[in-house]
Design a protein around this ligand. Structure first.
Ligand SMILES: *[C@@H]1O[C@H](CO)[C@@H](O)[C@H](O)[C@H]1NC(C)=O
Ligand SMILES: *[C@@H]1O[C@H](CO)[C@@H](O)[C@H](O)[C@H]1NC(C)=O
Ligand SMILES: *[C@@H]1O[C@H](CO)[C@@H](O)[C@H](O)[C@H]1NC(C)=O
Length: 690
């Protein structure tokens, strides 16, 4: 009886944690669909929880705040909503019915039935890692095409709008807007009172949002109150080409920016898509500390090729067909590469790539004559959701596998800002800085040395990433330029990595601890990495010295770090009952160092199988939560496929369990698959680490 009850209980648990949606979800229904995810400030998602159709939720910024984005279609005079949940008093419309959803590395694709016509809505957030111009353009596409499903022809008009919620985190602030026509119709909207480099609720407070469509035959526009503009389309199937010039607060009779296209007669052949572009541009993008505390305003890379946003939009919209074809090539490559491990793995990777790159911006400075200097590239990354820091070393580090896969140059450019700042001599500590600034987009450094100290963590991370980039590309320039900084951090690791002082690691939420086994691994690998760096830059004597120190440390570490009561590494020396994910061993594999003995890998592989919870192996014995990035890194150090797949399937199970409506969270409970607070963080780039 007890067993029967337990079976019933676990069966019902199983049902409630498996998101059962009424449409076909490929590869699974995620916590949130990326809709327009290109930068820390162009980040629109469709929250899911246990499942929400495209027209059953408003799109939200990564924080969960609504960004108004609506869509209607008229079929033979009958209106259907397909995007967002607008309320339009006095106008009658039905809900299109979602038939399928799909995500790839670059696209989220929905099919909804509007009576006898199916709409295919493709949200394409390009991932163009090897084209710095295209990757730096903070725009995304929504393409809508239609096909008749009943054999008959139908008259179809498509409509979409955005609200002014795209330009601030405070809907009480006053916005202004304008519409330009020509070969493209563009609505532009911004705050009346802008604040350079500022944020409210993580939204930027300067720059403008743009919503555009090509001005093909049958295209109309209108700006005005949400209920007015939407009712106009619902009742008439077109817009009157008028502008509302009563500039007001974002939430005051909600101004929206509508665009509509008459597709004419639609048959069973899928129409060419109506392609909308949505973007947010601010200039300068980043405030970066240079020598002697001076601040340098840096612009997005695309400005080296364009002189106006209208030119950018024209190029972006005109490029849709090619962009889609490049995206499909990229999606297929990711899919086939990741499928070599497993289908579960491929699905996790596909959900992670836009999110990882969507936290970054590629910038350049200006020459003295005001022209852009494309020889001076620095990439910036926002530590989204946890604290907003700029270029946090231990956030770039977990994201590193995605950067290496997409384009290692992006990794080099992310490290460059950190190297250059510390080489300027303004940062006072002997270890590596934690980040370039307490809040994005102010990369103003920490000249007081009071950044969140993670001495072993960040020093090891910098050494590992710098060597990893050089190994991958054979480009030694960064190693040569910053050898003395790298050596300075190594000297620190020699002092503090075998017996790490009481300090936090990247998992700062878990608290500080002395003698952390996993942190020691990081530090020792850092020393060995410097041995290889010394070899590469032509210092074989130093290389041999550091190599022998690292090897000596490994054997001492093995004695200190192995539990005396069970076959596993400890969380901290001397606490034999403790254990944790020794994900830092991943760097030994990544750099092909063979520094730690195979027996350690075998021991950990066997151990984790005995301590896994329903949603994976806990981060360590202090709590039952874990981190998805470290689960996947640990999968990468397993010595057998069963061990590897245990971690991968756990992360997939979490991502598909229907308990979260936040953009892919990396911190979650292993016991029940519930999400913790982190969301939309670039560390999901670590999901490429298996
Ligand atoms: C960046 O620095 C400027 C100038 O000090 C400040 O006004 C702004 O609020 C800062 N931005 C953030 C996001 O903290
Ligand atoms: C760290 O480990 C070393 C070596 O076992 C030991 O001497 C030291 O007391 C430990 N430190 C702390 C704070 O426990
Ligand atoms: C090896 O490096 C350590 C740490 O920098 C240094 O103290 C020692 O003198 C070096 N040994 C040799 C032989 O260079």
């Amino acid at each position: 009886m007890r067993n029967f009850l337990q079976a019933v209980v676990s069966l019902s648990l199983l049902i409630c944690v498996n998101a059962a949606v009424s449409w076909i979800a490929t590869p699974f229904n995620p916590p949130a669909f990326p809709l327009a995810v290109r930068s820390p400030y162009l980040s629109a998602w469709l929250p899911q929880g246990s499942g929400a159709a495209l027209n059953a939720q408003w799109p939200t910024f990564w924080t969960g705040q609504i960004v108004g984005w609506a869509g209607f279609v008229k079929v033979d005079g009958k209106a259907f909503s397909f995007l967002g949940t607008p309320n339009v008093p006095g106008a009658t419309f039905a809900q299109a019915v979602q038939k399928s959803s799909k995500f790839t590395s670059t696209q989220s694709i929905f099919v909804l039935s509007a009576g006898p016509v199916d709409l295919t809505i493709t949200f394409l957030s390009p991932v163009e890692p090897t084209d710095l111009v295209k990757q730096s353009i903070p725009f995304s596409y929504m393409a809508v095409s239609a096909a008749s499903t009943d054999g008959a022809s139908h008259s179809v008009q498509v409509y979409s709008d955005i609200s002014a919620e795209w330009v601030s985190g405070d809907n009480g602030l006053v916005a202004s807007w304008s519409t330009t026509t020509g070969s493209i119709i563009t609505h532009k909207v911004q705050l009346v009172n802008q604040a350079l480099f500022s944020e409210v609720n993580d939204h930027t407070q300067y720059g403008s949002a743009y919503y555009s469509v090509s001005n093909a035959a049958g295209t109309t526009f209108q700006s005005g109150a949400d209920v007015v503009v939407r009712a106009q389309f619902i009742n008439n199937g077109k817009l009157p080409n008028t502008q509302d010039t009563n500039f007001r607060a974002i939430s005051n009779n909600w101004p929206v920016f509508g665009l509509s296209r008459d597709l004419g007669t639609v048959t069973s052949a899928l129409t060419d898509p109506v392609v909308f572009s949505v973007g947010h541009v601010r200039d300068p993008a980043i405030n970066y500390i240079v020598n002697n505390g001076a601040l340098q305003a840096r612009s997005l890379y695309f400005w080296s090729q364009f002189s106006s946003v209208n030119d950018v939009i024209s190029s972006f919209l005109g490029d849709f067909k090619n962009a889609l074809s490049r995206a499909q090539t990229f999606d297929n490559k990711v899919q086939s590469d990741a499928n070599k491990i497993s289908a579960d793995y491929a699905s996790i990777v596909a959900l992670s790539i836009r999110q990882a790159l969507g936290a970054t911006e590629i910038t350049i400075s200006k020459n003295a004559d005001g022209s852009f200097n494309t020889n001076d590239v620095i990439v910036f990354m926002k530590e989204i959701s946890s604290d907003g820091n700029v270029n946090t070393v231990d956030v770039i580090f977990p994201a590193w596998p995605a950067l290496l896969y997409a384009n290692p140059q992006l990794g080099k450019f992310l490290l460059e800002g950190l190297f250059r700042y510390q080489a300027s001599g303004q940062y006072p500590n002997k270890w590596s800085v934690h980040d370039l600034g307490a809040h994005y987009p102010n990369a103003t450094g920490h000249n007081d040395g009071n950044d969140e100290a993670m001495p072993v963590e960040e020093s090891g991370n910098m050494l590992i990433m710098a060597l990893s980039y050089a190994q991958k590309t054979n480009d030694l320039s960064q190693l040569k330029q910053y050898t003395s900084l790298l050596d300075q951090w190594t000297q620190f690791l020699i002092e503090d990595s075998l017996i790490p002082a009481n300090q936090i690691s990247t998992d700062d939420f878990a608290g500080s601890l002395a003698n952390q086994t996993n942190l020691a691994i990081k530090g020792i690998i850092g020393i060995k990495a410097m041995s290889q760096i010394a070899q590469l830059v032509g210092n074989p004597a130093q290389s041999a010295n550091y190599s022998s120190i690292a090897s000596k440390f490994v054997s001492q570490w093995q004695t200190l770090a192995t539990s005396t009561t069970g076959p596993h590494l400890t969380l901290a020396y001397g606490n034999s009952a403790s254990w944790g994910l020794s994900y830092n061993l991943y760097a030994d594999k990544l750099l092909k160092l063979n520094l730690f003995p195979q027996s350690v890998y075998q021991m950990q592989t066997a151990w984790y199988k005995t301590v896994a919870q329903p949603f994976g192996v806990p981060l360590d014995t202090r709590h039952t939560y874990t981190k998805s990035d470290w689960e996947i890194w640990t999968s990468g150090i397993m010595t057998d496929a069963v061990g590897r797949d245990l971690f991968i399937s756990s992360v997939k199970k979490f991502a598909s369990d229907g308990l979260s409506s936040q953009p892919f969270g990396d911190w979650y409970e292993t016991t029940n698959g519930g999400p913790e607070g982190f969301r939309a963080r670039p560390v999901v780039g670590g999901h490429l680490g298996a």
